[in-house]
Design a protein around this ligand. Structure first.
Ligand SMILES: *Cc1c(COP(=O)(O)O)cnc(C)c1O
Length: 420
């Protein structure tokens, strides 16, 4: 639960946690947040999440609950559902999943039996753990047939997807990514799913804000079911949601509750309602387009400085670059960047010769810095800083100097939700 830094109750009751939250506020304020799955929720969203709604049990769905006292909660959940439904033009919405991974588990529970064949983009190609990776329950309980990207251009090979689908006839076909800088061809996935009789599940955890803002094509007309987080480009609280066709509404609802979860996190549901209202504005549309435009400028600037970008660039909010030619590793580069105030993450690149715990790539993105109002001029400065750091990851004096420059820049771009 979020805590408001001006509320004195926590500082009095638990000075240790209050101090740690304060330190995190300063860290989030004074560094450049480049992890593409992170963002800044607004003050309004944080306030909803820090409310008494967290106290209430409400197993079930509006007007079909197991405990009394739901007259307020029912309205909160209905508002969240209706707003999300309107934003995406979806036939049915469930806002109860605790996060993106539980949302995906609910999709499995709704459509699959243990041992069924499922297909998704492999983790090394930019897919998510929950799409059938071996260490995830999705790879343990189902027969996972991953597809990949082409070696030449690192793009998803739709011919391979089609050939594998014809051969293995999956029950469920995932289209969704976690480290892939290009748009997905929803219509092509739909036609493959139709050809083999698979359920098409689009996972837009990373890009739901871009979809709402019109900066990425929507899978809603194509997919049977669409899952998402609510805390990435959507800029809501940490949570999950599932959109689906009417015919799957009861299967999805039953999978989330009672299939998988107990009482929903009502404070998060309220936060989702607030975020959905914010996402319905013209300002949010501009935000979504600026995220992509910033990413393209940052990608071009890095390219011009000799960084090899996976797929050569970006069409969304995310950039994956290979630091091998720069003479370092993804982990060393990401750690040095973080010390300098440029917080991204080390990441495998397609066909990475290195191990996942110290891979060749670094993954960055523009959702959070765009929420702070940064634009093209700042993208050029960030590219220059990344270049300086990666050229000498061990140079601590250089890192400290850049960290100070970044803290100075951040003063001009207040982060949503942070008052200090
Ligand atoms: C982030 C992400 C998830 C999981 O979300 P959590 O909230 O971390 O559980 C699922 N799918 C994709 C594609 C993601 O990027």
């Amino acid at each position: 639960m979020a805590t408001l830094e001006r509320d004195p109750a926590l500082a009095a009751a638990d000075p240790e946690i209050a101090r740690l939250i304060h330190e995190e506020i300063i860290r989030e304020r004074d560094t450049i947040r480049l992890i593409p799955s992170e963002n800044y929720a607004s003050r309004a969203v944080l306030e909803a999440c820090g409310s008494v709604l967290s106290n209430k049990y409400s197993e079930g769905y509006p007007r079909k609950r197991y405990y009394e006292g739901q007259e307020v909660i029912d309205q909160v959940e209905e508002l969240a559902r209706q707003r999300v439904q309107a934003l995406f033009g979806a036939e049915h919405v469930n806002v109860q999943p605790y996060s993106g991974s539980p949302a995906n588990l609910a999709v499995y529970l709704a459509f699959c039996k243990p041992g069924d064949t499922i297909m998704g983009l492999g983790l090394p190609s930019g897919g998510h753990l929950t799409h059938g990776h071996a260490v995830s329950i999705s790879g343990m309980f189902f027969k996972s047939v991953p597809y990949g990207v082409r070696r030449e251009d690192q793009r998803i090979d739709m011919d391979e997807v089609r050939a594998l689908a014809r051969e293995h006839r999956p029950r469920l076909l995932w289209a969704g990514t976690t480290a892939y800088p290009r748009q997905l061809d929803w219509a092509a996935f739909r036609s493959i799913a139709d050809e083999v009789g698979a359920i098409l599940a689009a996972d837009i955890a990373h890009i739901s804000g871009l979809v709402v803002g019109g900066a990425h094509p929507s899978p809603v007309p194509f997919a049977d079911v669409v899952s998402s987080t609510t805390h990435k480009t959507f800029r809501g609280p940490r949570g999950g949601m599932i959109l689906c066709k009417k015919e799957h509404a009861s299967a999805i609802d039953r999978a989330v509750f009672p299939g998988l979860q107990g009482g929903p996190h009502n404070q998060a549901t309220a936060g989702i309602a607030v975020a959905a209202r914010e996402a319905s504005t013209d300002a949010f549309k501009q935000y979504a387009h600026q995220v992509v435009s910033n990413a393209k400028v940052l990608a071009d600037a890095l390219s011009a400085r000799g960084f090899r970008l996976v797929t050569g660039g970006t069409d969304n909010h995310l950039i994956l670059f290979d630091v091998t030619d720069k003479g370092t590793t993804g982990k060393l580069a990401a750690q040095a960047m973080a010390r300098a105030g440029l917080v991204g993450n080390y990441n495998s690149i397609p066909f990475d010769p290195r191990k996942p715990f110290d891979p060749s790539g670094v993954r960055i993105g523009t959702p959070a810095i765009t929420s702070r109002g940064m634009g093209h001029a700042e993208m050029h400065r960030i590219a220059a800083w990344i270049d300086e750091v990666v050229a000498a990851p061990g140079d601590e004096a250089r890192g400290a100097r850049i960290a100070a420059e970044i803290a100075e820049l951040c003063k001009g771009f207040p982060a949503p939700g942070i008052l200090l």
